[in-house]
Design a protein around this ligand. Structure first.
Ligand code: AMP
Ligand code: MG
Length: 333
């Protein structure tokens, strides 16, 4: 098998060009198109992806800048501890030292992330499996990975929760409305609603397709995460194989193009992230039963990998809640 990162490489090139431009101007750019009342936005590269923080205009630029630095520091801290790609990260060092009891060995601040990963693995009977990195490496998809334990399916969401706490602490009892986005892991922080698009997973192969296929409105405290087969994959005999493996068998998961999960405040962005990967593996029927049993407040949708007749399969609490769905929506449970 030839590991192919063709599309991924193009994305990477585009992203790194964007990142280079961003670094040159890492500036707090306020969107002033609507006469000064538009949101404040900042984007920067971190954790191998792009982070974005948006605020409705309730803070001045100086305070927005200070909050940006806090959020940036949270993400960098998580990266320092949990990166599987950096040989100096705590995760990589523990791995190199032959660690077996990860939760005990890890720094207290990131323990919840290890615990959630292990809990998801147990609840899903191994469909979610943080040790799947070994297999990915064997397949040539984890080259450069320094850890046997892989929190790539959950660490970004965890970082978003840490950053959200920072923002909440700094803002105290004041009114605020932020949207944090770390590589597609979004969390609404504070008051107010944010309309977000569900990305069309088929756009990568057909640029004439619309960029989003449905709209979801997040209210304060809610998070949304997406797992897809369209950004990172390997190609075999012209077929795209996803970077998500079934943790029980080590096989590439096929049949699903994308999964989107919305979680309430009590679950947070970490579980949205972990669940999107778990539900990608489980598929709609088993996935909905899994949610009902362990995470009944989460909402989820699956987009089968059928570009010729795109459709959405949603849990019943998600189906009625989607806006502007371009495709037929069927409801589960
Ligand atoms: P996400 O984009 O959040 O769905 O995370 C995907 C990443 O999680 C992959 O790139 C792998 O590093 C890792 N991964 C792949 N399959 C699994 C699995 N079954 N359980 C846990 N992590 C996985
Ligand atoms: Mg995930």
């Amino acid at each position: 098998m030839r590991p192919v990162f063709k599309k991924a490489a193009i994305y990477a090139a585009v992203i790194s060009a964007a990142i280079a431009a961003e670094i040159a101007i890492v500036r707090l750019c306020s969107d002033r198109e609507d006469g000064g009342d538009g949101p404040q936005v900042v984007r920067w590269p971190v954790m191998g992806t792009v982070a974005q923080m948006t605020s409705r205009k309730h803070v001045d630029e100086l305070e927005f800048g200070e909050l940006f630095m806090r959020v940036q520091a949270s993400y960098s801290r998580v990266e320092q501890l949990l990166s599987a790609w950096n040989p100096e990260s705590e995760l990589s060092r523990l791995s190199a030292a032959g660690c077996t009891n990860w939760t005990e060995a890890a720094s207290p601040e990131v323990r919840p992330c290890y615990e959630a990963a292990l809990r998801l693995a147990e609840e899903s009977d191994g469909a979610f499996n943080p040790r799947v990195g070994e297999k990915l490496r064997a397949l040539g998809m984890g080259r450069g990975r320094y850890s046997r334990f892989d929190l790539g399916a959950i660490a970004k969401g965890f970082a978003v929760d840490m950053a959200a706490e920072e923002v909440e602490r700094a803002m105290g009892g004041r009114y605020f409305s932020f949207l944090l986005d770390l590589g597609g892991n979004l969390r609404a922080v504070g008051a107010g609603e944010w309309r977000t698009g569900v990305r069309n997973p088929f756009r990568g192969v057909d640029a004439s397709q619309p960029e989003i296929c449905a709209v979801i409105t997040l209210v304060g405290g809610e998070s949304v995460a997406t797992s897809g087969n369209y950004e990172r994959f390997v190609e075999k005999d012209g077929k795209r194989l996803s970077h998500i493996l079934d943790g029980r068998t080590g096989e590439h998961v096929s049949g699903i193009a994308g999964v989107t999960v919305v979680t309430p405040r009590e679950y947070g962005a970490m579980l949205a992230d972990g669940l999107s990967t778990t539900l990608f593996v489980l598929g709609p029927e088993a996935g909905a039963a899994f949610l009902k049993r362990f995470y009944p407040l989460a909402r989820a949708l699956w987009i089968p990998d059928e570009p010729a007749s795109p459709r959405i399969i949603a849990t019943s609490n998600m189906a009625g809640w989607l806006e502007r769905a371009d495709w037929p929506v069927s409801s589960l449970r």
